[in-house]
Design a protein around this ligand. Structure first.
Ligand code: SAH
Length: 455
């Protein structure tokens, strides 16, 4: 029997999506952060459960050939990246394994359905969005990321995943807070004004959104903040304030007011000009998202005569990128601002065959089924928790000949594909995509076809 704080010898044989190495000790599965497949280590068992444990790396006895020196000074503490201690090829292998394991273990599918992962050319500086928590620690301003598994902020405004401009803007905010002495949010007391700095940058136009999330209604001396931003001479299109007065982990509050500029920034994705509100979801890795969308289009195999349903459509981008190949496009999204963006994006691009419903995916699917609409192809891109069983049932009930499921969580995607399989669909292929290099996340695209298309 293992005991807490015991030091055990482990061989690391796999990685989890949190980037933890997995080893086994006397029937116990042990997770050890920042280790690599092939490492032989001594680990201290810091947390012990009946069947698994968390270990801390004590001594690296034999290093894995996958190991590289992490290129970020805060990698050891910051919770953003998980795989900077291994090379990119090893990262792709680990992600391929993660996706394949989810589909074989959770979904019960054959591994032969899993295609090779599509990697990225650019593995740093690819993110177009950052949400930096802003805090004061003994009076000193910190703008960065949460330390792994805590809510303590690690100073990381020079993050390698973000574009260079974001560090400059974080610097301007720091100067503003130092000059004005304005308070920053404290999660313990629920007091303090500035909670987060939210930044977005459109890849193609370069336009930047700067949004401060406040635990309050006004930003005192806002003029000075604008002056400091102006001094950077960056293409800042919109400066907005978002109010979040609730003491929860949800970052964005319900109300956004524009301090300056229009309320949106513009980008171009797969040839579609898109306008984005702060509240709308947008793919964080533009170039990889274009590859992903083109692949989804290939899977959808539209020939101009079909109805395409884009469930969980955000600002409408996936559907709009292939609307020219469909007879009709129907998009469904629950966030009103994103639906407004989607409608405007269709209009701005002269896409006349699209309509968008602002509703919960399940209710919208039921409504459309009730209207007698039978989409030929359904593209669905749900959030991490996946789809509800009822949503899948309603989708299957509409009997599309193809379903293309895009997901950022292989575990829920595998579960949902398994349910669709039980309702008349066959999983044709699973293609992992690396949209988030150096982090533990992996995206998958699943193509399912109706087993009996004439039924
Ligand atoms: N397909 C889009 C967005 C994908 S993210 C793109 O590629 O950009 C998932 C989207 O689902 C988000 O926009 C989120 O607001 C929306 N969403 C979450 N739960 C939903 C639900 N129950 N019904 C409809 N949309 C939902």
């Amino acid at each position: 029997m293992a005991i807490k704080n015991e030091v055990v010898r482990l061989e690391i044989t796999a990685l989890t999506n949190e980037g933890n190495g997995v080893g086994r000790h006397e029937g116990l599965t042990v997770f050890v952060p920042q280790t690599a497949v092939g490492d032989v280590i001594n680990a201290r068992l810091v947390k012990l459960y009946p069947r698994y444990a968390y270990g801390r790396l004590e001594t690296l006895l034999v290093p894995s050939p996958d190991r590289v020196e992490p290129d970020c000074p805060v990698y050891r503490f910051c919770g953003g990246c998980a795989l900077r201690h291994i090379g990119y090829m090893a990262e792709l292998r680990a992600k391929q394994r993660l996706a394949a394991d989810a589909f074989t273990h959770i979904g019960g599918f054959s591994e032969t359905l899993c295609r090779p992962i599509v990697g990225c050319f650019q593995i740093n500086g690819y993110r177009n969005k950052a949400m930096y928590p802003v805090r004061r620690v003994q009076g000193e301003v910190r703008i960065g990321f949460y330390r792994r598994r805590t809510h303590e902020v690690v100073e990381a405004s020079g993050c390698l995943l973000q574009p260079e401009e974001f560090s400059q803007i974080a610097g301007a905010l720091r100067q503003f807070l130092e000059e004005t002495g304005l308070s920053c949010y404290d999660e313990q007391t629920g007091k303090g004004l500035v909670r987060h700095l939210y930044l977005r940058r459109a890849e193609v136009t370069g336009q930047i959104l700067v949004c401060l999330i406040l635990n309050g209604k006004k930003l005192p001396q806002a003029g000075r903040f604008l002056e400091l931003l102006d001094a950077l001479a960056l293409p800042i299109e919109t400066v907005a304030l978002n109010q979040n007065l609730k003491n929860t982990n949800v970052i964005l509050g319900d109300k956004t007011v524009v301090l300056r500029g229009s309320s949106v920034i513009s980008d171009v994705l797969c040839g579609v000009r898109v306008k984005l509100s702060p509240e709308s979801f947008y793919q964080v890795n533009h170039d990889a998202a274009e590859k992903l969308y083109r692949f989804v289009e290939e899977c959808a195999a539209l020939d101009g005569s079909q109805t395409l349903l884009d469930l969980y459509c955000g600002a409408g981008t996936i559907g709009l990128s292939m609307a020219g190949k469909a007879k009709e496009l129907i998009g469904v999204e629950v966030i009103p601002q994103a639906v407004e963006n989607a409608r405007r994006n269709a209009e701005d691009n002269g896409i006349g065959n699209a309509r968008f419903l602002c509703a919960d995916a399940q209710q919208a699917a039921m409504q459309l089924a009730g209207e007698g609409i039978h989409p030929d192809v359904v593209v669905m891109d749900p959030p991490r928790k996946g789809c509800s069983p009822q949503t899948l049932e309603t989708v299957a009930g509409m009997a599309p000949s193809r379903v293309v499921m895009v997901s950022c969580n292989p575990a829920t995607a595998a579960r949902d594909c398994k349910q669709l399989e039980a309702m008349g669909y066959q999983l044709e292929s699973v293609t992992p995509f690396d949209l988030f290099p150096r982090t533990g996340h992996v995206e998958t695209v699943c193509l399912l076809s109706h087993k009996n298309p004439t039924a």
